[in-house]
Design a protein around this ligand. Structure first.
Ligand code: PGA
Length: 225
């Protein structure tokens, strides 16, 4: 059962609602551990978070996924996070974690920080969350994965050509994500509506990775056309 499925009027509201949840989390629990997404959808939320001028000094972040590529490349998710958030807030770089190998050590880092308090997710047009592509085990942990052809096509807009899109990534697993205390999923655009509804109201199946969220007891969805 999904706790809340909110359809909001526009992208501005989508961004500010989710930024508001992050802000409340940090103000109420300055030592929060957050799990953060990349992609187009969260850009407005990050802009809002920068403007809110929160105190990030005690916050620890874990990113959901990274491409297997040079971290200094402008399209790496490490570069994305620096550009869109980390360089504009007072977080300590040592507290910003990205999936790495050995992946068991990344899992140990999350466990050692006592787990994720708030996880912000997007959803892919194929129903993926992070880079857990269709067919991923619901029990999966952080691991190296091959990207789905659909994901490579969807993400080619960020690169000069589809051939430049990395073919592999390291992603947090579905089992890892599901251990977060609270999850917020944001989806922007009509092209996401059908898969979102299928994931939230259809069968819980590994063919639609996001459908596992139906089994979490604290999930909030925000969608706008
Ligand atoms: P997008 O990606 O925000 O760029 O649409 C979302 C996702 O693939 O999880």
């Amino acid at each position: 059962m999904i706790s809340q499925y909110n359809i909001v009027s526009d992208y501005h509201q989508l961004s500010s609602e989710v930024a508001g949840i992050v802000s409340t989390q940090i103000k109420e629990h300055p030592l929060s551990k957050l799990c953060l997404p990349t992609g187009s959808t969260p850009l407005g939320m990050y802009e809002d978070l920068v403007m809110l001028e929160l105190d990030w000094r005690l916050v620890i972040t874990f990113n959901l996924d990274v491409y297997l590529m040079n971290v200094d490349h402008p399209e790496s998710y490490q570069s994305y996070m620096k550009k869109n958030l980390f360089d504009s807030i007072n977080i300590f770089p040592i507290n910003c974690h990205f999936p790495f190998r050995p992946t068991s050590a990344f899992e140990d880092k999350i466990a050692g920080s006592m787990g994720i308090d708030l996880c912000i997710l997007g959803i892919g047009t194929n129903g993926h969350i992070a880079f857990n592509e269709p067919g991923s085990s619901f029990k999966s942990r952080t691991r190296l994965v091959d990207l789905d052809e659909q994901t490579i096509q969807d993400n080619s807009r960020f690169f000069d050509s589809v051939d430049d899109v990395p073919k592999q990534a390291i992603t947090m697993g579905l089992g890892t994500i599901m251990e977060s205390k609270k999850i917020v999923l944001m989806a922007n655009g009509k092209h996401k509506r059908e898969i979102l509804d299928e994931a939230m109201y259809g069968d819980v199946t590994e063919e639609i990775p996001a459908s596992i969220l139906q089994e979490h007891d604290n999930v909030i969805i925000f969608y706008c056309d």
